[in-house]
Design a protein around this ligand. Structure first.
Ligand SMILES: C[S@@+](CC[C@H](N)C(=O)[O-])C[C@H]1O[C@@H](n2cnc3c(N)ncnc32)[C@H](O)[C@@H]1O
Length: 370
C-alpha cells in the first residue's frame, strides 16, 4: 500500500519534465509526484504538499545531485513570480525538452514528419506585451499559486522598452493593465484590462518568432496549389497579409470573433481579401461557405483549440489541405484525432519556441486529405 502524507520528506530521482507547468516527474512507490524547478536525472529532496487520486505535488527542498544542464536563473523573482518556469535550464536543453514533449503529443500519428523546433533568437527580452497588476502605487505580477502581488521593477522576458514603461503605471488606479508595443507605430502603450473589447485585442508576443512562422507558412503553402484560402481565427491579419503579399495569385477570406481585430484587418484589405467578424462556435462556416470551395483552410485557434462542430464543418468543405497553427499541443492532438476521423491526416509538423523560459509550445501542422 502507498505510504504518503502531506509534509512528508522524500528523496527522489526526477524522470522527465511534464507539460502544463513544466514540472519534473518523479515516482514514489510508483506513484507520480510533480516537482517544480528540477531537471531530469536530478536527485532531489522534496516535501509533499498535496495528494490527489492519481498524483501528488511536492515542493523542492534541496538538490542532492544537480544536472549538468542546470544554470543559475538570472531573474531575482524566479520561483516567486508565476511566469517563467524553466529559467534554471540551459536554453538549448529547453528546446530539446520542448521537442521531446511535442513528439510525445503527436505519438498517435507515426506517419507525421516532425521537423526540428525553431528556437528563439532572444532567450530573454522577447515579449512585446505583458500583463501587470497595479495596487496602491505598486506595479507587479501575481505570485505563483496565489492572488498576492509581487512588486517588480523589471521582467527579464519583456522587451527593455516595456520595462521602461513600468514606472508610469504607478500613478494609475489599482487594477490589471497590459503594457504593449503598438504594432502600427511601435510606441509602447498601456491599457486597462477591465474593458472586455480591449482585452480581445490579440497579437503575437514574440515578433521574431512570429516572423519565422510566417515565413514557414508561406513556404509550406507555396507547395499547395490553391486559389482561395479560408483563414479562421485570423485576428488582424497577422498571417493573412504576409501570405497575400508573397502569393499574389491568391484570394483570402478571414474570420475572427473580435470586431476590433477584424476592423483593423478590413482597414488593410484589398480586392483579394475579405474579412468577416463572426463567432466560429456557431456553425458560421457551414452556414456561410457550404457552396464555396477553398483549397486551403488555415486555422489558428486560442488555447482551447477548435470545437468538434467547427472541425466537422471545415471537413464538410472538403479542402485538400488544412494548416493548423496551435499554441497548445494538447488540444492540437485532440483536434488531429478528430480530423483523422474525417479522412484527414497530418503530414508534417513543426514547433516554434515563442516563449523561452516557459514550457509553452507553439506549432504549425500541415494536414491533408487522405
Ligand atoms: C491565437 S489568436 C490568433 C490570431 C491571429 N491568427 C494572429 O496570429 O494574430 C486566436 C484568435 O481567435 C479569436 N477567437 C477566439 N474565440 C473565437 C470564436 N469563438 N470565434 C471567432 N474567433 C475567435 C481571437 O479573437 C483571436 O484573434
Amino acid at each position: 500500500m502507498l505510504s504518503l502524507s502531506v509534509g512528508q520528506l522524500l528523496t527522489l530521482k526526477v524522470e522527465n519534465l511534464s507539460f502544463g507547468g513544466g514540472r519534473g516527474v518523479a515516482r514514489h512507490q510508483g506513484f507520480v509526484i510533480f516537482i517544480p524547478y528540477v531537471l531530469p536525472d536530478e536527485v532531489v529532496q522534496v516535501k509533499v504538499q498535496k495528494i490527489k487520486k492519481t498524483f501528488a505535488e511536492a515542493e523542492l527542498i534541496k538538490i542532492i545531485e544537480a544536472s549538468s544542464e542546470r544554470v543559475k536563473p538570472p531573474c531575482k523573482y524566479f520561483e516567486i513570480c508565476g511566469g517563467c518556469v524553466w529559467q534554471h535550464i540551459k536554453y538549448e536543453k529547453q528546446l530539446e525538452y520542448k521537442q521531446q514533449l511535442y513528439i510525445h503529443f503527436l505519438k498517435d500519428f507515426p506517419e507525421v514528419k516532425i521537423l526540428d523546433i525553431q528556437g528563439s533568437d532572444f532567450e530573454y527580452h522577447y515579449r512585446n506585451r505583458i500583463q501587470v497588476q497595479v495596487l496602491e502605487g505598486k506595479v507587479g505580477f501575481h505570485q505563483r499559486k496565489s492572488h498576492d502581488m509581487i512588486e517588480v521593477d523589471t521582467c527579464l522576458i519583456a522587451e527593455n522598452e516595456i520595462n521602461n514603461h513600468l514606472d508610469r503605471l504607478k500613478s494609475m488606479k489599482s487594477g490589471r493593465y497590459e503594457i504593449y508595443r503598438d504594432p502600427e507605430n511601435y510606441n509602447i502603450l498601456h491599457r486597462s484590462q477591465k474593458n472586455k473589447s480591449e482585452a480581445l485585442t490579440f497579437s503575437q508576443v514574440n515578433e521574431r518568432q512570429n516572423k519565422k512562422i510566417c515565413n514557414e507558412l508561406i513556404a509550406w503553402s507555396s507547395q499547395i496549389k490553391s486559389q482561395k484560402i479560408l483563414e479562421l481565427f485570423c485576428g488582424a491579419g497577422n498571417f493573412s497579409f504576409p501570405l497575400l503579399k508573397a502569393q499574389p495569385h491568391r484570394q483570402l477570406v478571414g474570420v475572427d470573433g473580435s470586431s476590433f481585430l477584424i476592423n483593423k484587418a478590413k482597414s488593410y484589405s484589398n480586392e483579394r481579401s475579405k474579412f468577416l467578424k463572426a463567432d466560429l462556435n456557431s456553425h458560421f462556416v457551414s452556414k456561410n461557405f457550404s457552396h464555396e470551395h477553398f483549397d486551403l483552410v488555415l486555422v489558428d485557434p486560442p488555447r482551447v483549440g477548435c470545437t468538434k462542430d467547427l472541425l466537422t464543418d471545415i471537413c464538410k468543405l472538403q479542402p485538400d489541405n488544412i494548416i493548423y497553427i496551435s499554441c497548445n499541443p494538447s488540444t492540437l492532438a485532440r483536434d488531429l484525432h478528430l480530423l483523422s476521423q474525417h479522412n484527414y491526416k497530418p503530414i508534417k509538423s513543426q514547433a516554434f519556441d515563442m516563449f523561452p523560459q516557459t514550457d509553452h509550445i507553439e506549432s504549425m501542422t500541415l494536414v491533408s486529405k487522405k
